[in-house]
Design a protein around this ligand. Structure first.
Ligand code: NDP
Length: 433
């Protein structure tokens, strides 16, 4: 913290992991001599660059771009790009660190990275977004490639942006290689990638419920966010007859007292993704009410799925959920719970799956997209979904095997220990690298 005092999100992520692994690590004499923990918490490199682009009024705008190549020991760097005005080096370092551990849990050969820009796509025309993506790739292309670093989407970067970035990458390099994932299925994208994070999260939740001989059917599920992860988690939960009672965005929460139907979900999807409008203006019908500037955590629910952004659920929210007898939480977003909120659930014996385990389905299918690109083949949805289910099941098993003894499964410590051990053993074998 002394070296980087302005990086609260990064410190939060590292502190959480250190808390989970300390007991094990203290016994690893050789690793400690080889400074494995110190090396695992220092990124391989931090790239920061200028992105100059022209807006619709022919005014030149200047933004800041980043790519944090965090750790390459387990495979080529892999992790999303986020376009949002609130990003910072701290946020990308925390995401890159988490990504390194998450990717190791998938069992696929992927290192960890994250990047993006302090650019808000919200108030921009499609032409402006296109020009920005091309200007961003103008610098990024020299740092990425199928054996080096393979970026994907994240907040503010969906299939449309990935397609523009990929098109420009090909133009700049004259190479058609799988240097990005999340591509359209007719040009190298994998079946099932768009759905993978949300679906994977529900598969993981299914295993959590299974531990308690319960199922998703008829459970009241509060979901935050209305983006890629939230909408696909909602879709799979509805398919399994769960009762999805909320979605949210930065304007507030839409509460569906009787649960959402697929038809309603299609309408929200169109509203948010095609029309790019706010939930506050959405007409959800007579059984929906909009809670302005509120998150969903005050609603009575059996299961909470935070699928919007980091630190979106704090200690107060956690206490309210416990008072309302929430049964379990499963993260769709990365680090959506503050450290204090996590403690509330642990003390109340409420199981909570951290994003690095429960949202790993997205990057897992990205890894499968890389494999398909390398073979110049494409697999069908059924094949990809089967592999996704197997990977989520294996991650769940790893969490259980590494969870400390206690009343409930401690998914946080289980996921941190299982993933850190893998990266640490590799970094130890690499000695000074
Ligand atoms: P999207 O950009 O598709 O959607 C993000 C959603 O969250 C939007 O509805 C947005 O609302 C809402 N949101 C963002 N910030 C806030 C905030 N401060 N308060 C309330 N709502 C907010 O992103 P994704 O769905 O792809 O990503 C969501 C989370 O999941 C992120 O943490 C991401 O890192 C993580 N994740 C994503 C993966 C993927 O495959 N996409 C993979 C693994 C993790 P609005 O529209 O108003 O901005």
């Amino acid at each position: 913290e002394e070296k980087t005092p302005n990086e609260p999100e990064f410190h939060q992520a590292v502190e959480e992991v250190v808390g989970s692994i300390a007991g094990w690590y203290l016994d690893q004499t050789e690793m400690r001599k080889n400074a494995v923990l110190e090396r695992c918490t220092e990124p391989d490199r931090v790239l920061q660059f200028r992105v100059a682009w022209e807006d619709d009024d022919q005014q030149i705008q200047v933004n800041r771009g980043w790519r944090i190549q965090f750790n390459q020991s387990m495979g080529p760097y892999k992790g999303g790009l986020r376009f949002a005005p609130t990003v910072s080096t701290s946020i990308f370092k925390f995401l890159g660190f988490e990504q390194t551990l998450k990717n190791s849990l998938t069992g696929l050969p992927m290192g960890g990275a994250k990047g993006g820009a302090d650019f808000s796509p919200k108030d921009k025309s499609p032409q402006e977004i296109g020009r920005f993506c091309q200007a961003f790739m103008q610098e990024l292309y020299r740092h990425i490639g199928p054996d080096t670093d393979v970026p994907a989407g994240d907040i503010g970067v969906g299939r449309r942006e990935i397609s523009i970035l990929f098109g420009h990458y090909i133009k700049l390099t004259q190479k058609w290689t799988g240097a990005l994932t999340g591509k359209g299925c007719h040009f190298g994208g994998s079946a099932g990638r768009t759905e993978a994070t949300g679906y994977g999260c529900i598969y993981f939740l299914g295993h959590m419920l299974d531990q308690e001989n319960k199922e998703i059917k008829d459970k009241r599920i509060a979901i935050s966010g209305a983006g890629n992860v939230a909408l696909h988690a909602a879709r799979k939960a509805i398919e399994l007859e769960g009762k999805v009672i909320s979605l949210s965005d930065s304007s507030g929460t839409m509460h569906f007292a009787d649960g959402m139907t697929n038809d309603l979900l299609d309408q929200v999807d169109d509203w948010k993704n095609n029309q790019r409008k706010s939930l506050s203006e959405f007409d959800g019908g007579k059984n929906a009410d909009f809670l302005e500037d509120q998150n969903p955590w005050g609603l009575e629910c059996d299961i909470a799925l935070p699928c919007a952004t980091q630190n979106e659920l704090d200690e107060q929210d956690a206490k309210r959920l416990v008072e309302n007898k929430v049964m379990m939480l499963c993260d769709g977003a990365n680090m959506p719970l503050t450290a204090k909120a996590q403690e509330v659930f642990i003390n109340a014996n409420v199981p909570h799956a951290p994003g690095k385990a429960s949202n790993a389905g997205g990057v897992a299918v990205s890894g499968l997209e890389q494999s398909q690109n390398a073979q110049r083949l494409s697999w069908d949805t059924e094949n990809v979904d089967k592999r996704l289910r197997e990977i989520m099941s294996k991650i769940h098993k790893d969490c259980i095997e590494n969870s400390p003894d206690g009343k409930i499964i401690n998914y946080r410590d289980g996921a941190n220990l299982a993933s850190f051990k893998r990266v640490a053993e590799t970094m130890n074998a690499f000695w000074l690298s």
